[in-house]
Design a binder for this molecule. Structure first.
Ligand code: ADP
Length: 479
C-alpha cells in the first residue's frame, strides 16, 4: 500500500515528544511489511540542510499567503521511508520551537503554518508530484495534520482512504472562527457537525469527524476518551463514530532503544549482564552530581513538565521517598512553577536530588539506563513511551493507572502502579518500590520480567495495516 504520513514532527528530523518517535518507528515497521511510505513534515529551520534533501516540486502559493511553498525529499534516516519536507520559509524557518517562540508562547500564525501543511498534504495525496503517483491512504497525526483529512473529504471524488490518530486529545487546535477562510476551509465547515467546537474552531475535529478510521495510542485511552471525564467535550462525537474509533498501543523502536547497543551509554548491558547496569548507575550519579550510594533506589523522570505529567504529585510525595534514602534525577522543562519547585528541591537536597532543566536526547538514554525506577505519575497519559523505554533498560517504572501506562505496566510484576491521582497514592508506590529495591533477588527478577516484555512495533504495525485495509474498503462510508 502507498501511504502518506502527515505530522508536525518525526525523529531524527525534529522532536518535542512521543509523536516524533511514533511517526518514524511506525513508518519503519510499515516499510518492513512491504508498504511504500512517505512522511510529510514542515521544513523547520535547518532541516533541509541536515537531511541533505533535494528540491522535488514547486507548489506555488496554495493558501495565497504571498510566499511560495516547495517540497524537498530525502530518505527518512535508515527507515526506508521517504521524507517530504514542506518549505515555506516565513512560516517555518524561525528561531524558537516547533510550535512557539523561544519563550514557549504559541506562534500566532500556527493556524496558517499547519493549515499549509494540511493543504499541501491533501494536494500531494491526490496529485502526488513528490511521491510519483497517488497514494492509497493518508494517515494524519494530531490537530496539526487533521485538516488534510477535511480537505480530502470536502474535495470529494477519487480521494485516498484516511486514518487519523489522536496522540493527545488535549491538543485540540483551537482557533477563532475567523481563521476558516485563510486556511482554505469551506464556509460549511462552521457547523457543530464539522469544525465548530464551543464557539471556536477545532482543527482536531477535521480528523475526528471525517477520517475513515480514527485511532488513538492505547486501548485504555480509547475507552477513556469516550467518557465525559476523559473526552473533554469530544466524547459524544467519539461515541457517535462507534467502531470507527480504535486504540492501538504504540510500540518502541527497539533498534534505537537497546541497552546492549545504545551509543549514548558509556556502559552497555543486557538482561544477562545486569551487574553492568550498576556501572551505568554509578556513571549517571557522577554525571548529574548525585552521591555515590547504592543502598536506596534512584528514581528518574524524563518528561515535559506539565500538569498532565503529575510532576506536582511527585513533588508532594517526595518526602516519603527521601525518608527511605532515595535519590531523584529529573530531566525536563515546561511550566515555570514546576521548574522552580524542582530547582528549589535540588538546592535543598544537594547530592540527593538533581534537576537538569532542558531537553537532552543522549542524557535521557543514560537516565533510563542509570536509574533504578522511572516515575511517570501522569494524571492522564494517552500511551507514554518513557515507561516502555525504562522497562527495556531494566528499570521498573512507577506509574499511575491511566491510559497506556495501565496497558503496559503490571503492578508488582514489571513495575509499580498506583490508582488515585494523589500524592499519598504516589508516595505509597515510591515506598513500595524502595522496599522492593532493597530485596535484591526480587528486584532483579522484576527487572528481567520488565526487559522481557515485548513492546516492539511488529504487532502494532499489523494492527495499523488491518485498520488501513478497513479504511480503504469503507472509504467515504462514514461513520
Ligand atoms: P509526550 O509525547 O506526552 O511528551 P511520551 O512519553 O509519549 O510523552 O514521549 C515523550 C518523548 O520525549 C520520549 O521519547 C522521551 O524520552 C522524550 N523526552 C521528554 N522530555 C525529554 C527531555 N527533557 N530530554 C530528552 N527527551 C525527552
Amino acid at each position: 500500500m502507498r501511504i502518506l504520513q502527515v505530522a508536525s514532527e518525526a525523529v531524527p528530523v525534529c522532536k518535542t515528544g512521543g509523536l516524533a518517535d511514533v511517526v518514524t518507528a511506525l513508518s519503519r515497521a510499515l516499510v518492513e511489511c512491504g508498504d511504500d511510505v512517505g512522511v510529510l513534515l514542515p521544513a523547520y529551520r535547518g532541516t533541509i540542510e541536515r537531511t541533505g534533501a533535494t528540491l522535488r516540486h514547486e507548489l506555488g502559493d496554495p493558501l495565497g499567503l504571498g510566499h511560495p511553498a516547495r517540497v524537498w525529499t530525502a530518505p527518512l534516516a535508515d527507515t526506508g521511508a521517504t521524507l517530504c519536507l514542506l518549505q515555506c520559509d516565513p512560516l517555518f524557518d524561525r528561531d524558537g520551537g516547533l510550535y512557539g517562540d523561544p519563550q514557549g508562547v504559541d506562534w500566532p500564525d500556527n493556524h496558517l503554518r499547519f493549515g499549509l501543511l494540511a493543504r499541501v498534504a491533501a494536494q500531494l495525496a491526490l496529485a502526488s508530484p513528490a511521491l510519483d503517483r497517488p497514494v492509497d491512504l493518508v494517515h494524519a497525526h494530531d490537530w496539526q495534520a487533521a485538516l488534510a483529512i477535511g480537505h480530502l473529504t470536502w474535495w470529494g471524488a477519487g480521494r485516498p482512504a484516511t486514518v487519523f490518530t489522536v496522540h493527545n486529545l488535549h491538543f485540540a487546535g483551537r482557533f477563532p472562527h475567523s481563521v476558516l477562510p485563510a486556511i482554505g476551509a469551506p464556509a460549511s465547515a462552521w457547523s457543530p457537525s464539522e469544525l465548530e467546537f464551543f464557539g471556536e474552531v477545532s482543527l482536531l475535529k477535521a480528523g475526528l469527524v471525517h477520517a475513515d478510521r480514527v485511532t488513538t495510542v492505547s486501548p485504555t485511552y480509547a475507552d477513556e476518551i469516550r467518557t465525559p471525564a476523559g473526552g473533554i467535550g469530544f466524547d459524544g462525537l467519539l461515541r457517535w463514530r462507534g467502531e470507527a474509533v480504535r486504540g492501538v498501543l504504540n510500540g518502541i523502536d527497539t533498534s534505537v532503544w537497546d541497552p546492549a547497543r545504545d551509543e549514548a551509554l558509556t556502559v552497555r548491558y543486557d538482561a544477562s549482564r545486569l551487574d553492568d547496569k550498576h556501572l551505568a548507575r554509578a556513571a549517571l550519579q557522577r554525571e548529574v552530581g548525585l552521591d555515590p550510594q547504592t543502598h536506596a533506589p534512584i528514581f528518574g523522570v524524563v518528561s515535559r513538565l506539565t500538569w498532565q505529567k503529575g510532576i506536582d504529585l511527585l513533588l508532594e510525595a517526595w518526602p516519603a521517598a527521601l525518608a527511605v534514602g532515595a535519590q531523584l534525577v529529573v530531566l525536563g522543562s515546561g511550566e515555570a512553577g514546576l521548574e522552580l519547585a524542582l530547582a528549589e528541591l535540588a538546592a535543598a537536597h544537594p547530592g540527593r536530588v538533581a534537576f537538569v532543566r532542558g531537553y537532552d536526547e543522549g542524557q535521557s538514554h543514560r537516565i533510563f539506563a542509570g536509574v533504578d525506577c522511572l516515575c511517570v505519575p501522569s494524571r492522564f497519559e494517552p500511551c507514554g513511551l518513557t515507561q516502555m523505554y525504562a522497562m527495556r533498560y531494566g528499570t521498573p517504572p512507577v506509574v499511575r493507572k491511566t491510559g497506556g501506562l495501565a496497558d503496559t505496566v503490571t503492578d508488582d510484576d514489571t513495575g509499580f502502579v498506583f490508582g488515585p491521582p494523589t500524592a499519598a497514592a504516589c508516595a505509597d508506590a515510591l515506598v513500595r518500590a524502595a522496599v522492593a529495591y532493597a530485596d535484591r533477588p526480587r528486584f532483579v527478577a522484576m527487572q528481567r520480567r520488565a526487559m522481557a516484555e515485548r513492546h516492539d512495533w511488529a504487532a502494532s504495525a499489523q494492527a495499523y495495516r488491518e485498520i488501513y485495509r478497513e479504511a480503504v474498503a469503507s472509504r467515504g462510508a462514514l461513520r
